[in-house]
Write a protein that binds this ligand. Structure first.
Ligand code: SAM
Length: 237
């Protein structure tokens, strides 16, 4: 079952959030973003093809033979999810979709859009609530394509602890029988003094912990969870 422990935000992370992100600033000012990005499944597949060459729907169909399948798209509108063959899903973003036709259409597909800042605790609690209501153990596919390479400072403060915290929270929500997490890598990982040795060391720790992964520099990371996987990802340092 879902672990509630990681739904707490560490004080060090909170500090970095306040300092770092446009999202936090907008929230303070009570404003919402009006951006709408309605990317397709094909466009996501293209982004993640080096770490996950399979078609998303082929992967989901295989799983659908044995269970209900669910997907989560972090930092997004529900557009990509609407092209997936799933029994339900959740998208979290800062675009305002309230009371639109699109939102209603999604509700009919059991896809919920949560307006929320992922650098705060609330949306994570909401996701856990959604899983409970759907009697789901976790998500079969979790994606996060925030375009962090180009727009990293806007979306995630350039701080490894914050990024690691986001990864761990997503990891916590994966289905334990082969759930797949696909995320893009923020630019700061390469530009703000995180030495490649540290990344290599973390990847070795994934291996030692028998976590299946694929990492492609300047591109993306895939993590796969199974019954033997640890509860938490190995630490960064
Ligand atoms: C460049 S768009 C990418 C949208 C979509 N993932 C795609 O690939 O088409 C960035 C998205 O991140 C969302 N976003 C940015 N910062 C966020 C935050 N702190 N919490 C939740 N969503 C955030 C925005 O609302 C927007 O939907």
């Amino acid at each position: 079952m879902i672990d509630y422990h990681t739904t707490e935000i560490l004080p060090s992370v909170r500090k970095a959030i306040i300092k770092g992100s446009v999202a936090a600033q907008l929230e303070k000012e009570g404003r919402r973003w009006r951006i709408s990005w309605n990317s397709s499944v094909a466009s996501y597949q293209e982004t993640f093809k080096l770490v996950f060459p399979k078609k998303f729907n082929d992967f989901l169909k295989e799983r659908k033979c044995i269970k209900k399948v669910y997907a989560l798209d972090l930092m997004s509108s529900p557009a990509m999810l609407s092209g997936l063959e799933i029994d339900g899903g959740v998208a979290i973003g800062l675009g305002d979709l309230s009371n639109t036709e699109f939102e209603k259409e999604m509700i009919n597909k059991n896809i919920e859009y949560i307006y929320g800042n992922l650098l705060t605790r609330q949306p994570w609690n909401d996701i856990v609530g959604w899983l409970k209501r759907n009697k789901a153990e976790g998500f079969d596919l979790i994606t996060c394509r925030a375009d962090m390479i180009r727009a990293h400072i806007k979306y995630v403060p350039p701080n490894p602890t914050v990024y690691y915290d986001l990864l761990n929270r997503a990891w916590n929500l994966l289905d334990k029988k082969g759930g797949v997490l696909l995320v893009d890598i923020p630019k700061f990982v390469y530009t703000s003094g995180i030495h490649q040795n540290l990344i290599d060391q973390w990847l070795r720790r994934l291996e030692e912990n028998q976590i299946e992964y694929k990492y492609v520099q300047n591109s993306a990371l895939k993590l796969v969870k199974n019954a033997n996987s640890p509860k938490y990802l190995p630490t960064l340092n």
